[in-house]
Ligand binder design. Sequence first.
Ligand code: TNX
Length: 488
Amino acid sequence: MNAFDTLLPRPVSARSTGGTCRVTDPAALTDASTVVIDPVALPHPESYRLSITPQGVQATAGDAAGAAHAARTLRQLLGPDAFRAADIHTGEWTLPCGEVVDHPRFPWRGVLLDVARTFQPKAAVLRFIDLMAAHKLNVLHLHLTDDQGWRIEVPAYPRLTEVGAWRKGSWTGRQPDGDLTHDGRPHGGFYTTADLREIVAYARARHITVVPEVDVPGHSQAAIAAYPELGASGAPVEVWHAWGVSEHVLAPTDHVIDFYTAVLDHVLDVFDAPVVCLGGDEVPTKQWQEHHADRVAELGLDSVDAVPGWFLRTLGRHLAAHGRRTLGWDDVMDAGDLPPGVIVASWRGEEAGRAAALAGHDVVMCPEQHVYLDHRQSERPDEPIPVGYVRTVEDVYAYDPIPDGLPEDAHHRVLGAQAQIWTEHLDGPRRVDYAAFPRLAAFAEVVWTPPERRDPAGFVERLAAHHLPRLDALGVEYRPLSGPLPWQ
Ligand code: TNX
């Protein structure tokens, strides 16, 4: 194995030329501002080239993101000590001599972090952004609202966070192990506008786009708890403390559209992403049947099943008027009549992604069978988070984002893939580490490395020998590949 084969994700091409290069100032070397930008020589987005000789390092990049990737690769080549927060390295810093030519396979290399079910403190989000950057991931999808919590401060509607950011829990004290249906603990938290601007700027400086999600018209009970007139039943509700899908959905009224339009105006002011996620997943229709049948007819909709599509089109038009695209979970395909610019997040398997791509939609592949990192990592009875499909690090590595059978002329519709970290059962940053790593390292290679360079056996070897020591140095509490598991 040559030294460059220890890199995650694996580069397009890398070869060792033997010998080493002495490094006097590793901090200067891993600073992207020292990389020469040459888009003519390196036209592919996010590309870079490294030439390391005993005389020194020549780093060239096609653009600023490529320069950041070059610096990240050099940091990996310096060894695990380069990932510590302070320099405790003894002896010389050296790099292996050789050549690297590299660029990513997909432009959307995403991770969803669910900060609604379990609030992740701002410092944890910033740390997570650094970890994403080290793995050359570039989209952070923040799931900011749900039945169990509203996490964005919206100055015009203070109750969204005064009320909607806090849930009581079903009893006081720690949730007993084994109860996977309720959150027993009181829980809450939210990001102020300044916090969110800071998160966006911090990510931007690392070439990571933060895609905000405001989930409508289901997964909205926390908003309804804050402002009951938003709800389809009109009844007062609490922020939900059960897991699953609440039947409390938004009312299909002009008032609700006006309210969410104002919320989105604030979101557009804070987030600079070209894409905003409006959710659209898992919407129970019972309350519309009971309370809004006349309104549904007045809107010219065939049935209550068409209401989620109406929300998405109406709010999506507002986003489009401000130059932003709508992302929606694949349930939005069911209602038909999906505007062409909508990007589909294919989560219920690969079929929706294939159908959406064939219908001319851009898609982000998020299949729960492959890339839901909240799902369990083994059949072991002591596996601490025993939900969902078993997905090992090897399973994640074996995933390919191009859906089976998608004709080649539609491949360009697949923008990339996204790993999901839902947090019903991840009660804080330590459990997020456990669920995310090292599976996210496998995922990073899936979305970066060309399929012909993928190598399952070599991946596990590189992971164990070289990448886990980097994660150790970073203080990441990943799931060990073998041996005792934490939280037993
Ligand atoms: C399905 S994926 C959900 C989430 C849950 C997740 C748990 C999607 C659009 N909806 O609300 O958190 O399963 O794995």
